[in-house]
Design a protein around this ligand. Structure first.
Ligand SMILES: Cc1ncc(COP(=O)(O)O)c(C=O)c1O
Length: 386
């Protein structure tokens, strides 16, 4: 059997190779997007996990839109407009896939910031969309480039990660959020606002969702992977009911529904009196690790390397002097530290900023210090002096 044309054009994932290498004994990984496993709130989930066997009804087929008590909980806590609704997804990754299948035809134009979240590039690639990139600045997308794209009248969607972007960690300013929303309304473009890192802010005040300024022009994707655990595979997709209904239809054909027992466990977790404490502890841990990593980098990086400061999330973006970042990532692996080269976050043919994505949530402070020593050795070995 021949592989479908839509799949043939998807590049083999180099990141999978790096992640495999990252699991080799002795390698410290700053490559993955993994939350800290020891911080999973399993203690808060224990009671509901232990009582699952006493609730056989949770193991029956469920509703495609989601477990009703969980949807009710979101309705009460999220304060959605009356004509909006929600669908529980198998991770926010599935939400992206459902959106592409429900609303995109081959060659439809989807705009994204470059560099971009790899999982979104793959979904839109499989949908055979025409993905067009605009540059990302320190406070969000380049608005002039965004408006020029929108003004063609041909853009269907703008996919964005405004809170602590993957891979760069950039967080959009309030002004950018308002302007993007205004442009989406003016040019009738749908904003796909993907916010899996939103709750991981460890510095400064939370900013409103961009979609709060254009609620009828947006779909919002939330994830419980980073604040609960990735293994429960749960996310939430919200927007106008007129748009959620076709998504429910696609999900039905995809997996009928997400795991009901896991939705019940998630609901108990979200309602647990100590859940907020868990979040506070998580943010505190990630801030400490972020500070440990950036302090080490500031002390040890060779001239010409620069990293951005972030107020939350899981990543920083380290630009390196004119350098082949694939070779650098290989040299890093040879020195027992795994990082992701920037090129994997761009489409083919795009101008790639020589950089590395560094994750700071999955290694201890002392591992981060050792990782920086090893990375600096790799940079000195494989990048040209400036
Ligand atoms: C920007 C972005 N969106 C979506 C996802 C997928 O998350 P989930 O585990 O909820 O499927 C990720 C995962 O890291 C991500 O970085």
């Amino acid at each position: 059997m021949k592989i479908a044309k839509s799949l043939q054009q998807i590049q083999p994932s180099y990141i999978r190779e790096i992640l495999a290498a990252a699991q080799t004994q002795g390698v410290i990984s700053l490559a993955g997007g993994l939350p800290d496993g020891e911080s999973f709130p399993l203690d808060l989930m224990e009671d509901s996990l232990n009582t699952l066997a006493a609730s056989p009804q949770l193991f029956q087929y469920g509703h495609t839109a989601g477990y009703a008590p969980l949807l009710d909980y979101f309705k009460q806590t999220e304060q959605q407009p009356g004509h909006h609704s929600a669908i529980v997804c198998t991770g926010s990754q599935q939400a992206l896939d459902l959106i592409a299948r429900a609303f995109l035809n081959p060659n439809d134009i989807v705009v994204m910031e470059a560099p971009s979240y790899l999982g979104a590039l793959q979904v839109f690639g499989l949908a055979q969309a025409n993905v067009q990139s605009i540059q990302q600045r320190a406070d969000g997308p380049d608005l002039a480039q965004l408006e020029a794209k929108f003004a063609t009248g041909e853009v269907v969607m703008f996919y964005a990660v405004p809170d602590f972007h993957n891979p760069t960690g950039v967080c959009w300013s309030l002004e950018v959020r308002q302007k993007v929303a205004q442009l989406c309304i003016q040019y009738n473009v749908t904003l796909i606002e993907d916010v899996p890192y939103r709750e991981l802010r460890f510095n400064g005040q939370a900013l409103p969702l961009t979609s709060s300024f254009c609620p009828d022009n947006s779909l919002v994707l939330r994830s419980f992977s980073k604040i609960a655990t990735p293994g429960i595979r749960l996310g939430l997709l919200t927007g106008k009911t007129d748009w959620i209904n076709p998504l429910i239809k696609v999900k039905q054909s995809s997996d009928l529904h997400s795991s009901v027992p896991m939705q019940a466990v998630l609901l108990d977790l979200l309602k647990h009196p100590n859940f907020d404490k868990h979040l506070a502890k998580l943010r505190d841990l990630y801030q400490k690790r972020y500070l440990a990593l950036t302090e080490q980098l500031s002390q040890k990086l060779p001239a010409g390397c620069q990293f951005n400061t972030v107020d939350g999330g899981m990543f920083i973006w380290l630009t390196v002097p004119d350098c082949n970042t694939y070779q650098l990532a290989q040299a890093a692996i040879d020195n027992n530290v795994a990082v992701v080269p920037s090129a994997v976050f761009y489409q083919q043919g795009e101008t790639v900023e020589p950089a590395l994505r560094l994750n700071f949530t999955n290694a201890s402070e002392s591992e981060l210090a050792t990782a920086v020593d090893r990375l600096v050795t790799a940079i000195n070995e494989s990048c040209k002096p400036i």
